[in-house]
Design a binder for this molecule. Structure first.
Ligand code: FES
Ligand SMILES: [Fe+2]
Length: 460
């Protein structure tokens, strides 16, 4: 395992010399949160990674045993389990977890398997006052205690007191529900390391689901995940972003084993493209991506970043019922600041609408993944949250543009560009003569970190 080493001054200086993300923070006019000032500059080595990690059955099977059955995973939003009897099934490879809320308000997770002859007890999500197996009707109470079965006289050998549904651990953070099948795992809060301390200020718990798209992608789950923990690919894959995203100067951080982060500044052109764009070009491109017809003028005394922050602030204040005028940085109003909690949860930071991702295998298929995209919007604390959006499902052959009506055409186009790469990555990995992938030392350090953590679990 590589030691974590700070980048050398030469490595840092070799990055694009124009404004870094930390330089942009110097231009803020309100106090900058310590979480944004934190910058880890870590070097984790330069070795190639074997393609076997992404294409081999044995590697995948080991991940099931040592990662998916051992780690905290985001299962759903807590709002899906608002009332006693609400349930959600979280499937991960061949494991299936039935989440529900009991009459006393407690969240519970059960192995979704009947104790009679094994039928899955529930599928999808819904509401029911008890847990009744559809096959022969064995029934449990919401708290997992056995209730009754038809012709119970025929089961004198089944002790109702002992016939309780086996549980998995359940915990919550930020309005998200997490499960862990390992009784001996650390608590969720310690597993999350620095993440709650950083992110609690951005209040994922005071949000509702404004968008949820779930898409099947023909690639290994890590191929999908890794495409969203580096911004380096944007130069070639998303050329339309160059006028307003400082891709080359994205900041990449890692903490402990389980948490990492990218911050990519908005409202600033990519340093290597900066000469091509005026401040007005930057503003116009951002408005276009947001699906707006408006093209607000950038005054000579202002930058596009400042203008967009001013334009965004009133809607953020209104949505949250808070006044951010003297305390929201431009960064928190517009930048893409995305964390990862190993292995499957990527929450974004900020005061406005935030994205969050989840990536996981699609069943036990090495070559297929499910990606969830959530957009969370604020609502004022103490008020009733709006209804969560329904899940919009896209099959393996349905591009993100099929969800353009709910996502907006600009965002759907960005995800289409990513979605076009991913099956081709899987194909190319299988065709690789080199047998390995090569990573950038800095811009792809989160991929290296993620894989080093994966190895820690696999080697346990
Ligand atoms: S399998 Fe569930 S009641 Fe028979
Ligand atoms: Fe992308």
């Amino acid at each position: 395992m590589n030691e974590k080493v700070k980048l050398t001054p030469e490595q840092i200086a070799a990055r694009d010399p124009s404004e870094s993300f930390q330089d942009l923070l110097d231009l803020e006019t309100v106090q900058v949160p310590a979480a944004l000032r934190d910058s880890t500059d870590t070097y984790l080595g330069s070795d190639d990674l074997s393609v076997d990690r992404y294409i081999c059955r044995d590697f995948f099977d080991l991940e099931v045993e040592r990662v998916w059955r051992k780690t905290w995973q985001m299962a759903c939003r807590e709002s899906r389990l608002g009332k006693p009897g609400d349930y959600v099934v979280y499937d991960i490879v061949n494991d299936s977890i039935l989440l529900t809320r009991t009459d006393s308000g407690e969240l519970k997770g059960y192995y979704n398997s009947c104790l009679h002859r094994g039928r899955a007890l529930k599928r999808g999500a819904g509401h029911s006052d008890n847990i009744r197996c559809p096959y022969h009707g064995w029934t449990w109470r919401l708290d997992g205690r056995f209730d009754s079965a038809p012709c119970q006289w025929d089961f004198p050998h089944v002790d109702p007191e002992q016939n309780t549904l086996p549980e998995v651990r359940v915990d919550t953070w930020g309005g998200w529900v997490f499960i862990n099948m390992d009784e001996h795992a650390p608590t969720l809060v310690s597993y999350m390391e620095v993440l709650p301390q950083h992110m609690n200020q951005w209040k994922h718990e005071s949000r509702y689901v404004a968008l949820h798209v779930e898409k099947v992608i023909a690639c290994n789950w890590k191929v999908a995940l890794e495409a969203f923990i580096e911004s380096y690919h944007a130069i070639a894959t998303h050329p339309q972003l160059m006028s307003f995203q400082a891709i080359d100067n994205s900041q990449y951080d890692i903490w402990g084993d389980n948490v990492s982060r990218t911050i990519t500044a908005y409202g600033v052109p990519n340093p290597s493209h900066a000469k091509q764009f005026s401040e007005q070009d930057t503003m116009d491109a951002m408005m276009k991506l947001a699906g707006s017809e408006d093209r607000p003028e950038v005054l000579p005394s202002q930058t596009a970043r400042e203008t967009l922050a001013k334009l965004t602030l009133p809607s953020v204040n209104e949505a949250s019922g808070e006044d951010f005028s003297d305390r929201a940085t431009m960064s928190e109003l517009m930048d893409s600041t995305l964390y990862l909690l190993f292995p499957n949860f990527a929450p974004w930071a900020g005061h406005g609408n935030v994205i969050s991702y989840r990536h996981r295998p699609n069943g036990d298929d090495v070559d297929s993944a499910i990606m969830d995209i959530y957009i969370l919007a604020r609502y004022p604390e103490g008020t009733e949250p709006p209804e969560d959006a329904n899940t919009f499902r896209l099959g393996v052959d349905e591009p993100f543009s099929d969800a353009a009506d709910v996502m907006g055409a600009g965002l759907a186009n960005v995800f289409n560009q990513d979605g076009a790469n991913l099956p081709q990555v899987q194909k190319g990995l299988k065709a690789s003569k080199k047998g390995a992938v090569t990573l950038a030392n800095y811009q792809e350090v989160r991929i290296r970190h993620f894989n080093q953590t994966l190895d820690k679990y696999l080697n346990t």
